[in-house]
Design a protein around this ligand. Structure first.
Ligand SMILES: [Cu+2]
Length: 167
């Protein structure tokens, strides 16, 4: 079969590009561990108040590791603010009490979709002191743009030094 020279070049170029895309996909999954967040468990929204989510908030698991339980509903996250020491490893568990919401943390690799009936989870580390917003990114009604919570990461060494200086 005759293949024109230019056509052959294009076939080679496309094959190389497809190979590179495939390699990038495999590398992102197996080397960089990029994974779609998946629900870790199911929960009946009507039973949230009888579950661990009845008292959402930060749970200290020791060793600068935390579990953070959040409940989303129109148009707020509970708790509205958490404070963490620098370097904290936090696993978020989030449920929705009513409809679909989003859970995105600025400058961190957390972007969850909150579907009623599911417990969504993701883990990240807070290395840089600062204030980071948790933002709902699923349009959920007229108060959607106000659906924000705050994570404050404190520079513990610095604050300890300041306390020592104050004494
Ligand atoms: Cu929302």
């Amino acid at each position: 079969m005759h293949i024109d020279e230019l056509e052959r070049y294009w076939l080679i170029a496309v094959s190389v590009a497809l190979g590179a895309f495939g390699a990038a996909l495999l590398a992102s999954v197996f080397i960089f561990r990029v994974q779609l967040p998946s629900p870790v468990a199911r929960i009946d929204p009507a039973e949230i108040n009888e579950s661990a989510f009845a008292e959402p908030g930060l749970k200290d698991m020791g060793d600068n590791t935390y579990a953070a339980l959040f409940v989303a509903q129109m148009w707020a996250f509970t708790p509205g603010e958490i404070r963490l020491p620098k370097g904290a490893d936090v696993t978020f568990f989030v449920v929705s009490r009513d409809i679909s919401h989003g859970f995105f943390i600025e400058q961190h690799n957390v972007n969850l979709m909150l579907l009623p009936g599911q417990i969504a989870s993701a883990t990240t580390r807070f290395n840089r002191p600062g204030t980071y917003r948790i933002i709902c990114h699923e349009f959920c009604g007229p108060g959607h743009q106000n659906m924000v919570a705050t994570i404050i990461v404190e520079d513990t060494e610095q604050s300890t030094a300041e306390e020592a200086a104050a004494e």
